[in-house]
Design a protein around this ligand. Structure first.
Ligand code: GBH
Length: 473
């Protein structure tokens, strides 16, 4: 295969999984229904100035009520799998305590409806919507108590849904949380405590608790459920790819540090039982130790999900005010500019943070292949942001089609090079609520008309994905 426009699912290994992804707070709406409790995003989105268009997820695309119709859309596309997340506060409105059975019933219905159409549920246990009660009680992810509370929630998910869910994802993008909720500009909930200064310690404490929570859940799954339920469990990590800003050893080392402080922060402990060496050296005693827990942590996954959207430059830097912007961690002594001499590595997408660099996904896959024992990975998110609001311009999304074709082509090349990639999930099935960007960014294969009863309209990219997935008879 020499050309990206000729690839289809037939070009991929037979058991390769194709799907689409979403998360609870971004698509469900119905925030006050059936006993759901308040999450940190309910509260954060009401704070003035947090969300670009002053919106929130109270209704969003109403998938809570419309999942039957949305699952029909998925079946029509020919998806093998749907990745969605469980809202913690629908199961435990206060984070702990008594189970809210109406919440459990809801996800039972979603899972059964998917299986009924032959679509496999890939379930994210936690996609950022922490119970506000736990934030208030002990600072949420900052408190060591979170580890056992999260593990108890995960345990309940395994017990109630694990007879039918065979792919579990413990956490979505712990790096985004440490970098953007507790570091950078604090754009994600709960928003770092000081607007003007990033804490020198909090991102590392939060990261440590996220890793311990993940490994505790995997431990419970393996000890109490895996034998009977025969499922697989992993975690979803986010990573960009980086190119050196200049052709120097210093900037090549900056690329390595950028990857260590993004992918390695979480992947290194999971594969090797400790943080990357560069983090130990540069963060010093502010980086917590795992002690005996290293044994629980090491190999605590059957697969790793990778969310990948874009590629930046990496540039060696001791200090720049830019470090406070976006998500650069000052301890890494790297800044990651989008451009060099005014030129980016690829065409700009609709989001300020996204450039189209398809080779990046192949380079990232090869890097994981070479440095992390060729562990099995799923691309659990990959998608193209645009900002089109009118129905007519929105539906002709040729740039999104091009993006997916080129990224899939590079994934195929990576597989042919021996990378262990098992599946691909488009972000996203529908336009949805994009966190701090509100409704201003759109990723959907389907356009959602917020002015006309949330009607779903297939974009050209939905037709393209359907044709791509059509099985030859
Ligand atoms: C994913 O995060 C999330 O898992 C998903 O929920 C989300 O909808 C999807 O991406 C699309 O955004 O320019 O400083 O504002 C991907 C990680 C987090 C990367 C937000 C870009 C914005 C940085 N993204 N970040 S900034």
């Amino acid at each position: 295969i020499k050309n990206s426009s000729f690839i289809s699912r037939q070009s991929f290994p037979r058991d390769f999984v194709f799907g689409a992804a979403s998360s609870a707070y971004q698509v469900e709406g119905a925030v006050n229904e059936d006993g759901r409790g308040v999450s940190i995003w309910d509260k954060f989105s009401q704070q003035f100035g947090r969300i670009q268009d002053f919106s929130n997820g109270d209704t969003t695309v109403d998938q809570y009520h419309r999942f039957w119709d949305d699952i029909d859309l998925m079946a029509d596309l020919g998806l093998d799998a749907y990745r969605f997340s469980i809202s913690w506060t629908r199961i435990y409105p206060e984070g702990t305590g008594n189970i809210n059975w109406r919440g459990v019933n809801h996800y039972n219905s979603v899972i059964d409806a998917l299986l009924d159409k032959g679509i496999e549920p890939y379930v994210t246990i936690y996609h950022w919507d922490l119970p506000q009660a736990l934030q208030d009680k002990y600072g949420g992810w900052l408190g060591p108590e979170i580890v056992k509370d999260y593990a108890a929630f995960a345990d309940t998910c395994f017990r109630e849904f694990g007879d039918r869910v065979k792919h579990w994802i413990t956490l979505n993008e712990p790096h985004s949380l440490v970098a953007e909720a507790y570091g950078g500009l604090g754009l994600l909930a709960p928003g770092k405590r000081s607007l003007f200064k990033t804490s020198q310690t909090e991102p590392y404490i939060v990261g440590h608790h996220l890793l311990k929570a993940h490994a505790s859940a995997v431990d419970i799954y393996r000890k109490n459920y895996k034998l009977a339920q025969e499922g697989q469990i992993g975690i979803t990590l986010d990573s960009k790819w980086y190119e050196p800003y200049s052709d120097t050893d210093e900037d090549r080392a900056a690329v390595q540090r950028a990857l260590d402080f993004e992918l390695g922060w979480f992947l290194h402990p999971l594969v090797f039982g400790d943080y990357p060496k560069s983090m130990r050296e540069m963060v010093g005693e502010r980086l917590p130790l795992f002690m005996e827990f290293a044994n629980v942590l090491k190999d605590s996954f059957d697969f790793v999900g990778i969310n990948h959207y874009t590629t930046y430059y990496a540039h060696k830097s001791k200090f720049s005010f830019l470090e406070e912007l976006f998500e650069n961690n000052p301890d890494s002594q790297v800044i990651t500019p989008f451009t060099r001499n005014g030129k980016a590595l690829g065409e700009k997408a609709g989001a300020i943070w996204q450039y189209v660099v398809p080779l990046g996904i192949k380079s990232l896959a090869q890097y994981i292949h070479q440095n992390y024992n060729n562990i099995p990975i799923f691309i659990t998110e990959n998608g193209y942001a645009d900002t089109s609001h009118s129905l007519n311009e929105a539906l002709q999304d040729d740039k999104r089609i091009h993006y997916h074709q080129e990224y899939l082509f590079n994934i195929l090349e990576a597989i042919e090079d021996g990378c262990n990639i098992k599946g691909y999930f488009v972000w996203s099935l529908l336009d949805s609520w994009e966190w701090n960007f509100g409704y201003s960014l759109k990723f959907g294969l389907y356009f959602v008309d917020f002015k006309d009863n949330l009607r779903r309209h297939p974009r050209a990219s939905a037709h393209w994905y359907k044709a791509f997935l059509q099985k030859a008879l």
